[in-house]
Ligand binder design. Structure first.
Ligand code: R5P
Length: 298
């Protein structure tokens, strides 16, 4: 497809703009920066300044801080369609609300379904990276317009190979086995997947199963998301008790709520994430895999 028929949209003044710009360079599309302003009552005012007629439009917005960003992407999608875009695809490197995949307590909203309904209604497709799939086996269960699930695990494994000596990988819970095992297979190193009991968002219990000799190893915890940090901190504590000297926590999506990045570091672990969400440790770049998918699909 000619470069000028592909438009990659980034939001002005946002953290995601650098990622949108890197994707547009790699996928060879026009970068359209959508102007974001707010009315005095805090409603959002968006404005495209690029011609979208007949174009394949990719709206890049990671959905951390979800309640604000969801409204922005829906406003942008509707406007793009009204301005004549041929196709409007949501590129949400981090996809929000996926952990709300069941009614954990009576009367609770299953929020992932609501988000999926909105995406199905407003977009012609969706691309995301390492979505949290636990009770849903596949994105197709709730997203209807050929959702594309990418993974950053090759990028994470290459990073570990380059930066970390003699790694021993740990997955902190059952869901993390897919990333932990895949990384260990690429790196050709040891791996252990642990059992987690979560009692609330703040109370998590995990036990490293057996006595391991980690004296010569770098213990590397891999997870899809670090939010409050309680999951990885529990593992870090155990690994320290086992004598691990070098401990790393690596995730695809570094949400780092409640200042958790600092807290994890205070426990003596080094932390890295991909740049699906920009932060001071997002050293692993996913723009290439997203650009590749865009090139494939248009
Ligand atoms: C849950 O199963 C995920 O894979 C992560 O382990 C979890 O979301 C991390 O959350 P937190 O950092 O708040 O413990």
């Amino acid at each position: 497809m000619p470069k000028k028929e592909r438009v990659i949209v980034g939001f002005s003044g946002s953290d995601d703009l650098a990622l949108a710009s890197a994707i547009s360079k790699k996928a060879g599309g026009i970068l359209a920066i959508i102007e974001v302003n707010h009315f005095p009552d805090k409603e959002t005012n968006l404005r495209f300044k690029t011609d979208l007629k007949g174009k394949n439009v990719f709206i890049v917005r990671s959905l951390d801080d979800p309640d604000r960003k969801i409204v922005e992407v829906l406003l942008a999608a509707q406007a793009a369609k009204e301005l004549g875009a041929k196709n409007v695809v949501l590129v949400a490197p981090y996809l929000c609300y996926m952990r709300q995949d069941k009614r954990f307590k009576p009367g609770q909203a299953i929020s992932s379904r609501t988000i999926a309904k909105l995406v199905n209604l407003f977009f012609d497709g969706m691309i995301t990276v390492d979505p949290h799939l636990h009770r849903y086996k596949s994105l197709d269960e709730i997203f209807k317009k050929s959702p594309k699930r990418l993974t950053a695990i090759n990028q994470i494994a290459e990073f570990i190979k380059k930066e970390i000596r003699n790694p021993f990988i740990f997955g902190p819970d059952f869901e993390s086995y897919q990333w932990a095992r895949a990384a260990a297979k690429i790196i050709k190193c040891d791996v252990d997947v642990l059992k987690k009991h979560r009692y609330s968002s703040d109370i998590v219990r995990i036990k490293v199963k057996e006595k391991l000799d980690l004296s010569n190893k770098s213990a590397v915890i891999i997870d899809d998301v670090i939010s409050t940090g309680h999951t990885v901190i529990e593992v870090v504590k155990d690994l320290k008790a086992l004598g691990a000297k070098r401990i790393y926590c690596i995730c695809t999506h570094g949400i780092f709520a409640e200042d958790s990045l600092k807290k994890i570091e205070q426990f003596g672990a080094k932390v890295f994430s991909t740049n699906t969400i920009k932060n001071r440790v997002s050293r692993i770049d996913v723009s290439g895999i997203i650009a590749e998918e865009i090139l494939k699909s248009t």
